[in-house]
Design a protein around this ligand. Structure first.
Ligand code: GUN
Length: 282
């Protein structure tokens, strides 16, 4: 039976480490500060944003949640970002996605000073990640690498299979696994004979947003499974992209949903904010 990778526990450990560093920075006169902008009334986004604020408070950081109306123009939003770019008490800026349709996401992300882009979504920071010279990494992929590391799973030489090719998870996690010397295959909706590919995986990362999509017959014995999915079932329960009941018995390590990857995303955001504050206070 698989070792369960406890994202809550690992996340709490890292938040403790971050809190200690924040306390030390505060003693030296700097409180790391994060601004989170939310535009409109998306209920899921509101929950995420509230949790980001709570995360900051937990580690002793300053946070500011800026709520803007659905009708806010792109120009007004970018003006707000420019104002935050100039503030020395704000070290990280995050604009919660998705944005209302009349706003160009790319233009908004590019308006954030790359030094304050703690989501690491800006083209410059994605480029730095590709080159292996990034100050901060996108939060969910960084969280996955930390889960593997702290569980004692080595990536070196392993066959790593990623299902999903989003800019936020699939593409960057493939890059980080490659940088850790994995042999990486990226699968997606057009992949032929997906199960034939996934059965070769030593490490399988699933980020496609389809409930219980990966089943036991699609993995080999001993596989390490990272489930990035967060799907709401008809009964209201949260479920991953992996059919836990059939996959866990074959896995050596597996992340549960909830309590696996989920808690790590905000933790990595806090770490990026700390890193940004350190760089800017030098
Ligand atoms: N929407 C869903 N996930 C994220 C994230 O990690 N960052 C931002 N800014 N928006 C999101």
């Amino acid at each position: 039976m698989a070792n369960i990778i406890d994202g809550k526990k690992i996340s709490a450990d890292i938040r403790g480490e971050i809190a200690a560093e924040v306390a030390e920075m505060k003693n030296n006169g700097t409180t790391p500060g994060l601004a989170v902008i939310i535009v409109g009334e998306n209920p899921a986004s509101k929950v995420y944003v509230r949790n980001k604020g709570k995360g900051c408070a937990e580690v002793g950081m300053y946070s500011e949640i800026i709520e803007m109306a659905e009708e806010t123009s792109e120009k007004t939003l970018i003006a707000k970002i420019n104002e935050l770019n100039e503030r020395s008490d704000i070290h990280g800026i995050l604009v919660q996605l998705p944005l209302p349709k009349h706003i160009n996401e790319r233009a908004v992300i590019e308006a954030i000073d790359p030094k304050k882009d703690v989501d690491a979504f800006a083209p410059v920071n994605i480029g730095e990640m590709m080159l292996g010279t990034a100050d901060f990494l996108p939060c969910t992929p960084a969280g996955i690498m930390e889960l593997l590391k702290r569980s004692g799973v080595s990536v070196e030489g392993k066959d790593c299979v990623v299902i999903g090719r989003s800019n936020i998870v699939g593409k960057p996690i493939a890059q980080l696994l490659l940088a850790a010397n994995g042999t990486v295959t990226i699968c997606h909706s057009r992949t032929r004979d997906l199960a034939e590919v996934t059965r070769r995986a030593d490490i399988l990362v699933v980020a496609i947003g389809k409930a219980d999509f990966v089943t036991g017959d699609m993995v080999k014995d001993g596989v390490v499974v990272i489930d990035v999915g967060m799907n709401r079932k008809a009964d209201g329960k949260l479920t991953g992209d992996v059919d836990y009941a059939s996959v866990a018995p074959k896995a050596s390590y597996i992340t549960p949903v909830p309590g696996g990857v989920g808690p790590m995303t905000i933790t990595m955001l806090l770490r990026n904010t700390l890193t940004a504050a350190k760089k800017q206070s030098k």
